[in-house]
Design a protein around this ligand. Structure first.
Ligand code: URA
Length: 189
């Protein structure tokens, strides 16, 4: 298994798909590298591309605010990364070919972190990590255990910004995440 330095070095130099040509920064990931809880989004937006950090725009601020309500802080007790590490043009959904080219980095990050819980942020991440044809509207908040890791999803923060009517459901899901953390993550709180 790769170590963090080697993995990040390879990822920062990546030329596996055309997103490499238009990126400012590769957005590798952020947070605690030994966290029991991981969050996974779809791919960097404009602010993330400029700063090289995941979820630093308006959606990221909303996410950090919501997670602080359940005692989660990226400088303390979770790790956060994306399915694709480079920004798709005009924030379109990452193509399957781009996801295929990039997913290996996330798989290695998951192996290095060794999380007990992975929370998918939105449909694209849930589709890749939980199951094909994932219906976020119907399935958000449901739990699936695979290979010793508990997976769930919440709405993507950008969807909450577009439709604040989805926030109450997300608060229910976040409380359930806090409960699952209490059950399976002895070091998180
Ligand atoms: N949206 C994502 O899915 N990931 C980011 O890092 C930023 C916005």
């Amino acid at each position: 298994m790769a170590n963090w330095e080697e993995l990040e070095r390879r990822c920062l130099a990546c030329q596996r798909c055309a997103l490499a040509d238009s990126r400012t920064h590769v957005v590798f990931g952020a947070g605690q590298k030994d966290a029991e809880v991981m969050f996974v989004g779809e791919g960097p937006g404009e602010n993330e591309d400029l700063q090289g950090e995941p979820f630093v725009g308006r959606g990221g601020q909303l996410l950090d605010d919501m997670l602080s309500l359940i005692g989660l802080y990226r400088d303390k007790n979770f790790y956060i990364a994306n399915i694709v590490k480079c920004r798709p043009p005009r924030n379109r959904d990452p193509l399957n070919t781009e996801q295929d080219a990039c997913i290996g980095y996330l798989r290695e990050q998951i192996a290095l972190v060794g999380p007990k819980i992975i929370v998918c942020l939105g449909r694209i991440a849930a589709n890749r990590l939980i199951h094909d044809d994932y219906k976020i509207t119907k399935e958000h908040g449901q739990w699936v255990e695979k290979d010793g890791i508990w997976y769930t999803s919440i709405y993507h923060p950008a969807a909450l910004l577009r439709d604040p009517g989805k926030k109450p459901d997300t608060f229910v899901d976040l409380r359930a995440i806090r409960e699952k953390i209490r059950q399976v993550c002895p070091r998180t709180y």
